[in-house]
Design a protein. Structure first.
Length: 267
């Protein structure tokens, strides 16, 4: 009985142990972005900095989870890192020569992951342990956290703060606004004066044009051009008018003209 009981306990223990192992394996596979009973192959990616990427980090293909980061190896001689990516083989035909990859951030302050951008559809699919092309562009968070990004960012903020403090010190900002207002008013007055001067210049040009025209008319009169010029410059017409209107001849002619007019009226 004791031997049978011991054998039964051993079987139960083995069964429980296998169940726990399978459960842990399933949880780890699902939690790392992988799946159960899927075939995976490995791709390599070279980075200058991990930027928060580590074993277990997700790998996405144009936003779709396709695997995870398996290992991160340091290359001291090249001062770089080699990431081994475990990728689902059903996406192999999409990851071809020319495909690029790089670290990204999920949201503003989310988890880090590797994003793969497919190459040309006509290219050859990458095989096991082949390298993806490292993408040079970086998101905002990676830029700030990389190197002295945060330090430079806060230095700029400090400089801006100092600038505004200096502008606001001793009422300088109000003085600057007043000076700006005064300058604007002066500019407005200057433009108004310029318009007046331009109007005067136009009037002056009209006056000069009128005088020039009048001078031309007078010149023509002096030269005897036109009817009026001929009348003014012909002495015979002047003598005729004088003889007609003046002296004894005028009196005789006028009397005869009046007498003829009266007689015509009576008829």
């Amino acid at each position: 009985m004791k031997i049978k009981d011991y054998s039964m306990e051993l079987k139960v223990g083995l069964l429980v142990g296998i169940g726990i192992f399978v459960f842990i394996w399933v949880v780890m596979s699902l939690g790392s972005g992988g799946g159960i009973f899927k075939d995976y192959y490995q791709l390599k990616l070279k980075l200058e900095s991990s930027e928060g990427i580590g074993p277990g980090s997700a790998v996405q293909l144009i936003g779709v989870p396709v695997g995870n980061v398996k290992t991160v190896d340091i290359m001291p001689e090249e001062k770089s890192l080699i990431l081994t990516l475990s990728v689902d083989e059903k996406f192999k035909h999409l990851i071809t020569q020319g495909s690029t990859a790089g670290p990204k951030t999920q949201g503003a302050l989310g988890d880090k992951f590797i994003l793969i951008e497919p190459g040309e559809g006509t290219g050859r699919p990458l095989e096991d342990d082949e390298f993806l092309i490292t993408r040079a562009d970086r998101d905002l968070i990676s830029t700030l956290t990389g190197g002295n990004g945060f330090a430079k960012f806060f230095d700029v903020l400090s400089e801006v703060e100092i600038l505004f403090k200096n502008l606001n010190a001793n009422g300088r900002s109000a003085e600057m606004m007043q000076n700006l207002t005064d300058s604007t008013q002066e500019l407005k007055n200057l433009l108004s004066s310029t318009n007046v001067i331009m109007g005067q210049v136009k009037d002056q040009k009209k006056i000069e044009k009128t005088l020039a025209h009048l001078e031309s008319v007078m010149r023509k009169l002096d030269n005897g051009e036109g009817t009026l010029g001929a009348l003014i410059n012909d002495p015979s017409i002047h003598d005729g008018l004088k003889s007609f209107l003046g002296g004894t001849k005028r009196s005789k002619y006028m009397k005869g003209l009046i007498r003829q007019t009266i007689e015509t009226g009576k008829d």
